[in-house]
Write a protein that binds this ligand. Sequence first.
Ligand code: AMP
Length: 185
Amino acid sequence: MRLLIMGPPGAGKGTQAAVISQRLGIPHISTGDLFRANLAQGTSLGQEAKKYMDAGEYVPDSVTNGMVRERLRDEDARNGFLLDGYPRTVQQVAELDGMLAGKEIDRVIELTADTDAIVGRLMNRSSQQGRADDNEEVIRRRLEVYEEQTAPLTQLYKTRGVLVNVDGLGEVPDITERIFTALNA
Ligand code: AMP
C-alpha cells in the first residue's frame, strides 16, 4: 500500500499515521519528523529547515525533495509507505510522481477539521510538547499557507480517483476506524 495522509496542521495526521502504519506494516514517513530529527542531530539540513519551520513557512523544495527521495529509497519503503506531510505543493506532487516512476499512490486520506478546533488543539500541543512552531501567530500562518498551497492538492488527487475524506474530529480510535472503513470502501 502506498498511502498519503493530508490535512491542515492540527488535524491529527501524525497521531493517525502512526496507528495506520503500524496496523498495515508500512513505514510512517513524516517530513516534519525528518526535519525535527535533523534539527535534533544538528545537521546543516536541520538548521536550514528550522528557519522556515519556526516562521510557519514551507521549507524550500531544494531541501525537502532530496530528503524524501532518499528516504523512499530505503529498503523498508519498497513495498509501501504512508507519507505524512508530503507532498504539500503542486510542484511536490510532480516530484513525487517522478520518484515513484509510474507506481501509483493507492489512496490519499484527507483528514478534515475546522479552524477553531485546530487552533485549540495546537495550542494544547504547544503546552505539552513545546514545539517552537506551535504559537498562535505561527499557527495562523501555517493554516494560511496550508489553505493557499496544500488544500488545492486534494482536488488533484480527487481527479485521480484516490481521495478519501475522513472527519478528523472526535476520539482517536473512532477516527482510526473511520479511516479504515474509508480505505476498505
Ligand atoms: P509537520 O510536522 O508536518 O506539521 O511539519 C512541520 C513543518 O515542517 C512545516 O510547517 C514546514 O515548515 C515543514 N515541512 C514539513 N513537510 C514539508 C513539505 N512537504 N514541504 C515543505 N515544508 C515542509
